[in-house]
Ligand binder design. Structure first.
Ligand SMILES: [Fe+2]
Ligand SMILES: [Fe+2]
Length: 260
């Protein structure tokens, strides 16, 4: 089973780049499942129903979220009825949505799980315990489990991956919007990368218009962030996973800069 996972899609530029690259990569590689982090897909923060449908139309079969899950309030209207979208499993259980799901494709079924870190982020429930709980549940249905670990701290992502080595197919980091060069397969077959990166404006500051971010750092005044313009980057990870064992056989980073 071959999987393409796309790093945080930022706004309209990110959605366009994802659409174009999915089309191109499907010609070059056999892709059975395509998932993406969509926490910034609507205007740079949050997700809407219309934007989610656009992502599905582009070929994305499963969407993960993160600390921007609730930024567009309308998400609460559809997150309970959309079984292809997951929000961090370690949010309070009474919140809308699901932390994990099973995505069906032509090559069978894959478990998709979203976990969020706590270091330099909101102090929500334990990511390790939440992951263990969700994996126990998913194991009843699927052999392949893909985790999006949405976190700031490298160490926390690294620790979760080592903790779950051999128990899940891969732990893919998101949130920092900067791709790391540490993709590897851990000893018991869990594919890992600290951060898949971002699919969005290349010349912004992690996707946002530069002047506004610089001004905020200098003045500390409240600033409305806007999605940057110009060139767009596509960041993703491509994995080959053994369907029988659920182990990762190959993991590759993808980083392309496009003139969209
Ligand atoms: Fe993000
Ligand atoms: Fe985030």
């Amino acid at each position: 089973m071959n999987l393409l996972f796309i790093g945080d899609i930022v706004g309209n530029p990110g959605r366009k780049a994802a659409k174009e690259m999915i089309k191109r990569l499907k010609k070059e590689k056999e892709i059975d499942f395509c998932f993406a982090n969509g926490e910034n897909s609507a205007g740079g923060s949050g997700i809407t129903y219309v934007v989610a449908q656009e992502l599905y139309k582009s070929g994305i079969q499963g969407i993960t979220l993160g600390n921007h899950t609730w930024s567009k309030r309308e998400v609460t209207n559809f997150i309970d009825s959309d079984k292809c979208i997951v929000r961090p499993a370690n949010y309070p259980t009474e919140l809308p949505g699901f932390g994990s799901t099973v995505i069906k494709g032509e090559k069978g079924e894959v478990g998709l799980l979203n976990i969020m870190g706590r270091v330099y982020m909101d102090s929500i429930d334990c990511p390790f315990k939440a992951a263990e709980r969700e994996i126990e549940h998913l194991k009843n249905f699927v052999k392949i489990i893909v985790i999006d670990m949405h976190a700031e701290a490298t160490s926390e992502k690294h620790a979760l991956a080592w903790h779950l080595d051999g128990k899940v197919s891969c732990v893919l980091g998101t949130h920092t919007h900067v791709q790391t060069a540490d993709e590897r397969i851990l000893p018991f077959g869990t594919g890992y990368i600290t951060d898949v990166g971002m699919t969005g404006p290349y010349d912004g500051i992690i996707g946002v218009e530069r002047e506004r971010v610089i001004n905020k750092f200098i003045t500390h005044m409240p600033t409305r962030f806007e999605v940057a313009h110009g060139k767009v980057q596509f960041n993703g990870a491509y994995l080959e996973i053994d369907e029988k064992t659920g182990k990762t056989l190959k993991i590759e980073r993808i980083f392309e800069v496009l003139e969209v």
